[in-house]
Design a protein around this ligand. Structure first.
Ligand SMILES: [Zn+2]
Length: 162
């Protein structure tokens, strides 16, 4: 009797170990871009006050202030907080809004969620998929081929020429 119960205990332990391994394995398989999650205190050390206000507090930069509006070289626009490539220069267009605009984000690079912070004007917020930083919004009045307009805060982006 005693031996049997000990085997049952070992059996249960083995089951627990196997279960506790599962989340780690599936996480590694599903997050190919990796995730960067920091506290506000850590973000304040890494970011300028302007970058923090936009990325971590969903602020909006003044229009026509971003140097990236006049960036017309070939390359990639990356998240300034975590360096994830977000937009290719081939998808950039001049929306005349004063904010850097793109008609397509790189696959899997951004997450989108409903934003009801402006009364009567539901919008779709765009965040970086790696660090969850606020980037801007996406609207459906963009040009072909997607009809989308990713309206981005230039202060949240950095440009890497090819
Ligand atoms: Zn990021």
């Amino acid at each position: 009797m005693r031996t049997v119960s000990r085997q049952q205990v070992f059996g249960s332990l083995a089951g627990l170990v196997a279960l506790s391994c599962l989340p780690t394995v599936s996480h590694a398989a599903s997050s190919s871009i990796g995730r960067l999650r920091l506290s506000d205190a850590e973000w304040r050390k890494r970011l300028s006050p302007e970058q923090f206000a936009v990325l971590r507090r969903a602020g909006t930069e003044e229009p026509f202030t971003s140097p990236l509006l006049n960036e017309h070289r070939q390359g990639a626009f990356a998240c300034v907080a975590c360096a994830l490539d977000l937009f290719d220069s081939a998808t950039k267009f001049d929306s005349h809004t004063g904010w850097p605009s793109f008609f397509r984000a790189r696959r899997g690079a951004v997450s989108e969620r409903r934003d009801t912070s402006l009364p009567g004007e539901p919008r779709t917020e765009v965040r970086c998929a790696r660090c969850d930083g606020h980037l801007g919004h996406v609207f459906t009045d963009g040009p072909a081929p997607t009809g989308l307009r990713y309206c981005m805060n230039g202060v949240a982006l950095t440009f890497h020429p090819r």
